[in-house]
Design a protein around this ligand. Structure first.
Ligand SMILES: Nc1nc2c(ncn2[C@@H]2O[C@H](COP(=O)(O)OP(=O)(O)OP(=O)(O)O)[C@@H](O)[C@H]2O)c(=O)[nH]1
Ligand SMILES: [Mg+2]
Length: 192
C-alpha cells in the first residue's frame, strides 16, 4: 500500500471510547519501548505523528490514526513495563487485552519484537494470546540497525522458529527506513 494521508484521529482511555466508524484496524503492539510509535511515524513518513520517548511507557492510551481516509492504524500502550502492567493478570495492560479480545474489526495485529531479544517470554505469551483469540498477526523485528551482520541472521532464524504461525516476518529499522517497503507491501493484504 501507498500511504497518501495519515492523520491523528482520536485517543481512547477505555473500550467504550473507541470509534464507531466501521473501518479495518491494523494494530501495533509490543513491549514498552520496542519502537511502536517510531514505526508508525516511519511508515507514515511523518515524524511527530505518534509521540515517541526513550523512557518506557510513553503511550498510555489507544491512539487512532486514519490512513488514506479508509483504514485505521492503532497505537497501543506497551506491555512488560512494571509501572503499567503490575497487578494485571497477564502482565499486560487491561486496556490492551480487552481491546484485542473484543474488537472484531481488527484486520491484523503487528507484533513488534526487539531484534536483539527474539523469543522473549512476554512476546511468546502475546503470540499465544493472539492465537487463542484467533487474531491474525505478523512480526516486525525492530531496531534492526543495532545488530551486526552475523547477529541479524541469527536473530531472524530464532524468530522464525518461535513464530511459526505469524502471517509474515519483516526486519525493520525506523531510523534507516529498512523494511518499510516490504512491510507496506504486506499490509496491503489487510486493508479491507
Ligand atoms: N536504533 C533504533 N532505535 C529505535 C528504533 N525505533 C525506535 N527506537 C528508539 O527506541 C525508543 C522507544 O521508541 P518508541 O517508538 O517511543 O517506543 P514505543 O514502543 O512506542 O514505546 P512505549 O510507547 O513507551 O510503549 C526511542 O528512544 C527510539 O528512538 C530503530 O529502528 N532503531
Ligand atoms: Mg509508544
Amino acid at each position: 500500500m501507498n500511504i497518501t494521508s495519515a492523520e491523528f484521529f482520536r485517543s481512547a482511555s477505555a473500550i467504550s471510547g473507541l470509534p464507531e466508524e466501521n473501518l479495518p484496524e491494523i494494530v501495533f503492539v509490543g513491549r514498552s519501548n520496542v519502537g511502536k510509535s517510531s514505526l508508525l511515524n516511519s511508515l507514515c513518513g511523518k515524524k511527530g505523528l505518534a509521540k515517541t520517548s526513550s523512557t518506557p511507557g510513553k503511550t498510555r492510551l489507544i491512539n487512532y490514526f486514519k490512513i488514506n481516509g479508509n483504514l485505521f492504524f492503532v497505537d497501543l500502550p506497551g506491555y512488560g513495563y512494571a509501572a503499567v502492567g503490575q497487578g494485571e493478570r497477564e502482565g499486560w495492560g487491561k486496556l490492551l487485552s480487552e481491546y484485542i479480545r473484543e474488537r472484531d474489526r481488527i484486520s491484523l495485529v503487528v507484533l513488534l519484537v526487539d531484534s536483539r531479544h527474539p523469543g522473549m517470554g512476554s512476546d511468546r505469551e502475546m503470540m499465544e494470546f493472539l492465537e487463542y483469540y484467533d487474531r491474525p498477526y505478523c512480526i516486525v523485528m525492530t531496531k534492526y540497525d543495532k545488530l551486526s551482520q552475523s547477529e541479524k541472521a541469527k536473530a531472524r532464524k530464532a524468530m522464525e522458529s518461535c513464530a511459526a504461525n505469524a502471517k509474515f516476518i519483516v526486519n525493520y529499522s525506523s531510523f534507516s527506513g529498512d523494511g518499510r517497503s516490504a512491510l507496506l507491501a504486506h499490509l496491503d493484504n489487510f486493508t479491507q
